[in-house]
Design a protein around this ligand. Sequence first.
Ligand SMILES: CC(C)(COP(=O)(O)OP(=O)(O)OC[C@H]1O[C@@H](n2cnc3c(N)ncnc32)[C@H](O)[C@@H]1OP(=O)(O)O)[C@@H](O)C(=O)NCCC(=O)NCCS
Length: 473
Amino acid sequence: MSVGIWAIECYFPKLYVEQTDLERHDDCVGKYTKGLGLRQMGVCSAYEDTASQALTVTKTLLTKYNIDKTRIGRIDCATESLIDKSKSIKSILMQLFESENTNIEGADNINACYGGTAALFNALSWADSSFNYDDKLALVVASDAAVYDPNGSPGARATGGAGAIAILVGRNAPHITMNPRWRASYSKNVWDFYKPDMSCPFPTVDAPATLTCYMQALDNCCGQLAPATENGSILNTFDYLIFHSPFYKIVEKSFARLYKNEITKSYINKTFDENNNNEWTKAIEKEWMGVARQDFETRVHPSLTFSQRIGNMYTPSIYSSLVSLIANLPDMENPDDTKNVSLFSYGSGLISSIFGITIHNTGQVSDCDDCFSLENLKSNFKQILTRLDQRNKVTPQQFLSQIATERTRHRPKEYSKPSEQQMKETLFSDTYYLSDIDDKFRRTYGLYTETVESGLGDSSSEPKSPECKKHRK
Ligand SMILES: CC(C)(COP(=O)(O)OP(=O)(O)OC[C@H]1O[C@@H](n2cnc3c(N)ncnc32)[C@H](O)[C@@H]1OP(=O)(O)O)[C@@H](O)C(=O)NCCC(=O)NCCS
């Protein structure tokens, strides 16, 4: 009875900006592409917010896998782009369930990009526990728009992005299971990135501190995890490695650092402080990036498609990396083959964890629906990747003028419902959008469905999923 992940759905907005255009606009050609490793950045439309993205991704998952809503016993949400200091995203998601099921536990989790992992850990613990006495499923829903001050550092602004993830969690997960021993955490009170001004949607960022804290967290998490792995080696135990990706290059550097730490055994049974970063000079970093490059290409790069083409989605980021990895995973040869994957999750402030999952070629449950097969998960995830090519490009000027209105655009008197044409240009079909904010700040969400084009859950140009029986006990 392994608790694990049954299915995942990933949503990102229809708009993006090219990083080559952005670096030309910011007069730093090469910095965002070569320096940070980015290709494109997802842009949240003016008619979406974190709740609308959460509604879209949840509805798409429920529809695509034909989930009986009465089977959901818990929803744990995560965001760091709050639209309300009190009312949770989870409560808004209940509009998708209320006619069929109001008996659902769970609320929201917050700690920068780590919130999605806090939500996942909560959902897994509940699903595995005696409180889940009637063997229900849990949903983890993470949604964010990563937006930086239009008058602040252009370098930080280029690491924005937007999107949402929904993860279906429960017992007897057929193909993606958790190993309870593969888990280690590191937390500390630091001020590297935070959002202290309640009226401002932009973070306060101490850029060098974010990088130091991230690496410090990585060293400590790996040092804690290593003794539980094969021969004390994370590299020997895990076939693929996923790292939280605020930008592509930090992942390449993280892998190089892990490589050095493993080969020189320098993190085993040690506690790390800021001084360790002094040993990690630019020259050493470059040298180890070279040593690790080939392994990075095969074991890490396949998880980074969304990181390069959407950017940092904040809480959904590492789970979108898992979608990217599984979509790009080479077929396994033998029925008994498995692949172990480590996931390093980092949230400024800071809270971080590393944990491990196993992907099984053959389903662990004998009577499982085909729609939850690894083949079907891969096919669905590949379809999500193809949607990256169906987005509409905006110019750096359009992007900047949109984020210039970020502080005010969702105030009741400023907000106006999009026209049909605006929806067509900025929203995929089957997407929730903000249809109204009344004078008491109450938000209403509508579902935009384009009649001609196919939608997120059922694209006629793409191969159809195997039929899902209603997922019942
Ligand atoms: C990531 C971040 C810290 C970069 O800061 P920055 O001061 O704007 O950028 P840098 O000057 O350090 O340049 C970034 C890289 O591009 C390189 N670069 C700069 N200009 C370049 C150019 N024209 N061509 C090629 N490379 C260039 C730099 O050498 C550097 O690479 P290196 O670190 O390997 O030496 C900034 O984007 C940020 O604050 N992001 C938000 C917070 C974040 O994501 N933190 C990460 C941990 S959570």
